[in-house]
Write a protein that binds this ligand. Structure first.
Ligand SMILES: Nc1ncnc2c1ncn2[C@@H]1O[C@H](COP(=O)(O)OP(=O)(O)OP(=O)(O)O)[C@@H](O)[C@H]1O
Ligand SMILES: [Mg+2]
Length: 443
């Protein structure tokens, strides 16, 4: 779940969204700040003008007594909550606010700082007039209101917009993450050899990802068709040549019958051996094609892999002895697998035969079964890492094996059978030698 969210956050749509949100926030906040500054300045200018007018009127008399009288007259009619009046004359302070007012000129003043009962802040302006300093203050309500309005605009427009855009980004990121996962899954299956794998239906309108998906599907289709054609051609060739080759071997037998007594049969023997080799090659090609076609799956039953391996080891014991190999079998935990007993026996046979055939006399060959894992290892010359993939191809043999009998189809057959069973085949370095590990799904 956590990884899923991390994926979402790291996806392209989410990154784009986050970038856009950041950009939007930045420009919005900049615009806001500029507007805020302008509005404040306008308010302050207006307050400055009003205060100037007030100061002009109060000091119009031009003498201390007149100013004191004007201030007292106005104070009597004015609530200090709205406007404060203060005249600091030679005889002390008069006005509706007589506490000390710090500062000079136009400024902000908060009487609450002095523990005063007045609840507002004020914009105050002092001026030196004849006989003292005259100060008039106007409630700063308007500034507080402005701040409130800005706060509201901020929380009613900016915040919802950001949340909305984030949610939309998240949704589209999740959607493309799902599409990507579907594409990845299909690619994995295709890579695993399942050429019939296709993208599942992706709900929602088509986008660039679905175009990529369609491209992958087309590619897989073409790949499947050409693989199928190749398979078909080799199966057809094997099939079409089978009859003439069988006829050839019948004819060779007839020639042998008609040979005069005492004639040399060496050439004939060689020809017959050659034909037998060709027949077995075609047989193998045909059975690989058949296995890859998947037809024998209906014959699957539970097979005791360890018992089967023990039987095969017994069968090959005499051959191993004859070729001077030490064949060992090692059975670990037992497990049943679902499969075709004959085909599974065939892969064990092929692997043992390879180990006996492609390693020098005196080599050790170890067959081991642990659960549904089958391993055949030897301490012969092994297969170079770069050729381990290629020996699974039909007819591929290492250069050094050209002189040994065989057609290079044994491992292809093993591969086909393992794939048919949904298992995995691994060729490893046995240091020295080759180790082949077959993992089959347990029944
Ligand atoms: N145990 C092994 N040690 C070294 N090389 C091996 C071993 N097994 C297979 N090889 C190499 O891999 C090649 C392919 O093996 P594969 O079984 O497909 O064909 P083959 O044994 O030559 O012929 P056949 O069709 O009779 O099995 C072999 O020719 C050989 O070069
Ligand atoms: Mg072989």
């Amino acid at each position: 779940m956590r990884a899923e969210w991390q994926d979402t956050l790291r996806s392209t749509p989410m990154r784009l969204t986050l970038r856009l949100v950041a950009l939007f926030l930045m420009t919005s906040l900049l615009t806001f700040a500029a507007t805020w500054w302008l509005a404040n300045k306008t308010l302050l200018d207006a307050a400055d003008n009003t205060l100037d007018v007030e100061l002009d009127e109060l000091s119009a008399s031009g003498n201390a007594a007149g100013i004191t009288a004007a201030v007292e007259a106005l104070s009597a009619r004015t609530d200090p909550e709205d406007m404060i009046l203060h005249f600091e004359g030679a005889t002390g302070a008069t006005g509706n606010y007589r506490e000390v007012l710090p500062g000079s000129g136009l400024r902000e003043f908060d009487p609450r700082d002095g523990g005063d009962r007045l609840s507002d802040r004020y914009i105050v302006k002092s001026r030196n007039v004849p006989g003292g300093v005259l100060t008039v203050g106007q409630s700063a309500d308007a500034f507080d209101e402005l701040r409130e309005v800005f706060g509201q605009v901020l929380s009613f427009t900016l915040l919802p917009t950001v949340l909305l855009v984030l949610a939309a980004g998240m949704i589209s990121a999740r959607r493309s993450a799902r599409r990507l996962a579907a594409i990845e899954g299909t690619l994995d299956r295709l890579r695993g050899g399942n050429l019939s794998a296709r993208l599942p239906d992706m709900p929602g309108p088509a986008d660039d990802l679905s175009r990529v998906g369609t491209g992958i599907d087309r590619l897989a289709e073409a790949q499947q068709a050409s693989t199928e054609a190749l398979r078909q051609v080799s199966a057809d060739i094997a099939h079409d040549l089978k009859t003439p080759i069988q006829r050839l071997s019948v004819q060779l037998a007839e020639v042998r019958d008609e040979l005069p007594d005492g004639a040399s049969t060496i050439g004939l023997d060689r020809a017959e051996a050659e034909v037998a080799g060709i027949v077995s090659t075609f047989q193998s090609l045909l059975s690989i094609a058949q296995i890859e076609g998947g037809s024998p799956r209906a014959r699957f039953a539970t097979v005791d892999l360890s018992a089967l391996a023990a039987t095969m080891a017994e069968v090959y014991e005499p051959a191993a002895e004859e070729s001077g190999h030490n064949l060992r079998i090692d059975i670990g935990s037992k497990a049943n697998v679902m499969g075709d007993r004959a085909l599974l026996g065939q892969i064990i046979a092929n692997l043992i035969e390879n180990a006996l055939r492609h390693t020098p006399p005196g080599s050790d060959v170890a067959l081991s079964v642990d659960g549904s894992r089958l391993t055949v290892g030897d301490n012969g010359p092994g297969i170079p890492a770069e050729e381990r993939e290629m020996v699974l191809r039909r007819l591929y043999r290492l250069d050094r094996s050209r002189s040994t009998p065989g057609s290079g189809l044994g491992l292809s057959l093993v591969d086909a059978v393992v794939k048919l069973h949904g298992g995995t085949l691994e060729l490893q370095d046995n240091a020295p030698g080759l180790r082949i590990v077959v993992r089959l799904p347990a029944a």
